[in-house]
Design a protein. Structure first.
Length: 216
């Protein structure tokens, strides 16, 4: 119920406003996972991960230098780690690469500040609340599954969507590009056992998108 209420309140501005432009944006997502542990000094997630994202939404309450946007869609985040393998005596026997792929439903509402140029060109920046819900994941080992079994995997990621872009207007259509950064206020994993050992897992994610829109 709490999750449904959060989603509902994110979309109240979109329901109460007059929608003016429908838009779809899509492109690659780039993320880096990070692992922190009181027992490990080096972060094993040494490589970035490239996924995809698709967002559909509306721009509304439009005035000359400002409008609101609400969007809902899909984003894949992840990470690639090099893990050291050991034998029964604890001696290293080599390294193996593991890959985490996480599929999220994402919703957001942003305030867009823009500078129209001759009704054709429109650079803008934006910021607003964002919520991602982890619907599924795939991995080449049981790294995340362990934390899920312990009840320590946080399936809700919340924070801000920040970025900027540029739109070109042609009659009732627009095309453009945007850069989105997913700033998180909580960790994917924040786990402490009774012995005091702590483990934290989090990610940094941004996307580069092509944007298509239609003015109603």
């Amino acid at each position: 119920m709490k999750k449904l209420l959060i989603l509902f309140f994110l979309f109240i501005p979109g329901l109460s406003g007059i929608s003016q432009t429908l838009f779809l944006k899509a492109g690659p997502s780039f993320s880096n996972m990070h692992y922190e542990s009181s027992l490990v000094t080096a972060d094993p997630f040494t490589k970035g991960f490239t996924g995809v994202n698709v967002i559909a939404g509306i721009n509304y309450l439009k005035i000359k230098y400002l409008n609101l946007s609400t969007g809902i869609g899909y984003i894949r985040k992840g990470g690639i780690a090099s893990m050291t393998m050991v034998d029964n005596e604890g001696d290293s026997i080599g390294t193996t690469e593991i890959t985490e792929k996480m599929n999220y439903l994402t919703v957001n509402t942003t305030v867009n500040l823009k500078v129209p140029i001759k009704d054709l060109l429109e650079p803008y920046i934006f910021a607003g609340p964002r919520l991602d819900y982890l619907v599924s994941w795939k991995e080449t080992n049981s790294f995340l599954q362990f934390f899920d079994d312990e009840g320590a995997l946080n399936k809700i990621s919340w924070g801000l969507l920040l970025g900027g872009g540029i739109n070109f207007h042609f009659s009732r259509f627009l095309v453009g590009a945007s850069f989105d950064y997913y700033l998180d206020f909580n960790k994917m994993v924040d786990y402490t056992v009774t012995t005091g050992t702590t483990t934290k897992v989090y990610d940094h994610t941004f996307t580069v998108n092509a944007v298509l829109g239609y003015k109603l």
